[in-house]
Design a binder for this molecule. Structure first.
Ligand SMILES: Nc1ncnc2c1ncn2[C@@H]1O[C@H](COP(=O)(O)OP(=O)(O)O)[C@@H](O)[C@H]1O
Ligand SMILES: [Mg+2]
Length: 284
């Protein structure tokens, strides 16, 4: 079966005065109709991997890959006009902070409706109905009121759900969610996770769930990639995360606070030079 997304040896580099800085150094994975977690400390290349897949790395950043296929179709270095048609319609990304992704001078309902119209060419009335339906689908209880609100008039949690509604209206095959819940309180967070979960099981969407929260990913995802310094250092089923083999993953787990095993001080990760040069050149 063709994977929804197939990534082979993805690399992102930025030229600097002291040479090429490689933010992503040969990431490979296939995504099916599943919840794939991507974890790793800040700066390990998680967001850049997502941006590269969507063609959102701006020059002078450079993206290369041996393969980057969406449902069997190569999407690496497509002309921007073609990429713009795919982005939002067939593959979408929910960014970490909705404030940077929503247009501040347009009501949230209009943003969802216009985005939907752009990709589907439906009438204004149909797009409005779709936007209201999507707002309700992300558990916004008074969609009519929220439709007419400006981004600054909604809470952070609601803004994040509005973003998800906007990304999901055209029914993409793949959604990349970059720390979609890290700014939310626990009850809103669980709500958002339930929504994403339903989309994977009901619509057969593929979800890449980027997070630095290993416990959350262990509970929510099917499979997890662990990133370190721009590489995938380990891949394993989410339920086995706590039995991770790689010392970096074990270090990440040890540095998590645990209610059942309080410690005086959290362990700090002792990095080793060898981790940067994981044996898996290419396939993890
Ligand atoms: N525009 C840029 N130019 C150069 N380096 C960048 C740029 N954006 C991000 N980086 C670097 O790329 C690395 C990976 O960043 P990122 O993917 O955002 O990490 P993560 O999401 O895992 O925290 C970091 O070292 C970051 O400093
Ligand atoms: Mg990030």
């Amino acid at each position: 079966m063709t994977p929804l997304l197939s990534v082979q040896n993805l690399r992102v580099g930025f030229p600097t005065r002291s040479g090429l800085f490689q933010a992503v150094r040969g990431v490979s994975f296939d995504l099916g109709r599943e919840r794939l977690g991507v974890v790793g400390e800040s700066g390990s290349g998680k967001s850049m991997t997502g941006r590269a897949i969507l063609g959102l790395v701006r020059p002078p950043g450079r993206v290369t890959a041996d393969r980057l296929d969406l449902d069997g179709e190569p999407i690496l270095n497509l002309p921007e006009s073609r990429m713009r048609r795919l982005r939002g319609a067939r593959i979408s990304m929910v960014m970490q902070d909705p404030k940077f992704s929503l247009n501040p001078v347009m009501t949230v309902g209009r943003q969802i409706a216009e985005g939907y119209r752009l990709h589907t060419g439906t009438s204004r009335a149909q797009a409005r109905a779709k936007a209201l339906e999507m707002l309700a689908a992300v558990q916004i209880h008074d969609p009519e009121r929220v439709f007419d609100a400006y981004p600054h008039e909604v809470s952070g949690g609601m803004g994040q759900r509005v973003m998800i509604a906007m990304m999901l209206a055209p029914d993409p095959q793949v959604l990349i969610a970059d720390e979609p819940t890290s700014a939310l309180d626990v009850s809103v967070r669980n709500e958002v996770l339930r929504i994403l979960d339903r989309l994977v099981s009901a619509r057969g969407m593929g979800l890449i769930f980027i997070s630095h929260d290993l416990n959350l990913v262990a509970q929510f995802c099917d499979r997890v990639l662990i990133m370190y310094a721009g590489r995938v250092v380990e891949e394993l089923p989410a339920r086995d995360l706590h039995a991770a083999k790689h010392p970096y993953t074990q270090g990440l787990l040890d540095s998590l606070p645990r209610l059942d095993r309080p410690v005086e001080r959290l362990a700090t990760l002792q990095r080793q030079a060898g981790w940067r040069d994981a044996p898996e050149e290419g396939t993890p």
